[in-house]
Design a protein around this ligand. Structure first.
Ligand code: NAP
Length: 301
């Protein structure tokens, strides 16, 4: 079968795209490599999505999936391992099958960035984690560190403060990147201790991580922790596109607000493209824009 559209990625951008392609009458296949919902599923609370004053990321993702499934979403949990977007009939290969469509919407999002310092790899899953919502409960009454200064880091620190005895928030610069409302909540939370202009030089431990070796303005310091949560940003997984579309220096697909690439019939939506603001609301908007562009392309408009 040749689909009208294959959407690669089942996060907010991909599922929103499916909402629009299905309502537009397009035969649609969505491929998701892991779990539907994307990055937002690990957000304990989403408070900045219009008309949803407070919802957990997991609840939001589930509602979105159910909304799209109710209008006939076909989803396969397979990772796209190779794509050929240039021909009129485009191909996506997974470990299990080969799929074809007249248009493709690439919406794979981003994955966690690493610090690349000694001990990080060794202690991943042994005290070092990327997800406070998933692993935070393991540290009830214990001391943990969160590394990063963006929205994710501050949200995770606040979430962990509700579980742990103390949260050490370590950021490499003298000011946080996170939005002001989160910074105010962190400042008011007694269990969070902030370390500014501080970097983790090494994760130290035995079978599990026990200490962080920090470089601070006052010199080197060993900080005893039971766990550490990395929240130092995200990286796009766009490498298999490199032969076909322009990527910027950080690996994001160069595409504008119309979500079009220079390859006809190949669209890109959400955090994996170049954009000034990566938020749930902009990912949802991209899904709608990319889907509408795909519909227009198929109509020859
Ligand atoms: P981010 O905004 O890119 O922040 C990453 C943080 O990690 C920055 O503070 C950065 O420091 C730091 N960092 C990067 N590389 C580092 C390194 N090698 N060593 C030490 N620190 C390093 O990433 P994010 O917090 O994951 O957020 C990603 C996007 O999602 C953002 O656009 C964010 O607004 C959005 N988001 C939104 C919500 C929400 O709306 N509720 C929640 C979570 C995330 P510098 O500040 O020095 O660069």
């Amino acid at each position: 079968m040749v689909y009208d559209v294959i959407i690669i990625g089942g996060g907010t951008a991909g599922l929103s795209a499916a909402l629009y392609t299905l309502r537009g009458g397009l035969s649609t296949l969505l491929l998701e490599a892991e779990v539907h919902g994307g990055q937002i599923i690990v957000s304990p609370e989403v408070e900045n999505y219009p008309a949803l004053p407070k919802i957990s990321g997991a609840e939001y993702a589930q509602q979105l999936l159910e909304q799209v499934e109710s209008i006939g979403l076909q989803i396969k949990y397979e990772a796209a391992e190779a794509i050929e977007p240039q021909a009129e009939i485009k191909t996506v290969r997974t470990a299990y099958a080969e799929y074809q469509a007249r248009t493709l919407i690439w919406a794979v999002g981003v994955s966690p960035r690493r610090l690349n310092c000694p001990g990080e790899e060794k202690f991943l899953g042994r005290g070092v984690s990327f997800c406070a919502t998933c692993d935070g409960a393991l540290y009830k009454g214990k001391e943990v560190a969160v590394i990063g200064g963006g929205n994710t880091a501050l949200e995770e620190a606040l979430f962990l403060a509700g579980i742990c005895s103390r949260v050490h928030l370590i950021h490499r610069r003298e000011s946080f990147r996170a939005e002001a409302a989160l910074q105010q909540r962190v400042a008011a939370e007694e269990k969070i201790v902030s370390y500014m202009s501080a970097e983790v030089a090494e994760f130290v431990g035995d079978k599990r991580v026990r200490e962080l070796r920090l470089q601070t303005p006052d010199g080197e310091q060993l900080l005893a922790v039971d766990g550490a949560f990395l929240a130092v940003g995200r990286l796009p997984a766009n490498e298999i596109l490199r032969p076909y579309v322009l990527l910027d220096d950080a690996g994001y697909v160069q595409a504008g607000e119309d979500c079009r690439t220079e390859t006809p019939g190949f669209f890109v939506a959400g955090d994996c493209r170049t954009k000034p603001l990566r938020q749930l609301v902009t990912a949802a908007a991209d899904g709608a824009v990319a889907a509408t562009a795909a519909i227009a392309y198929l109509r020859g408009a």
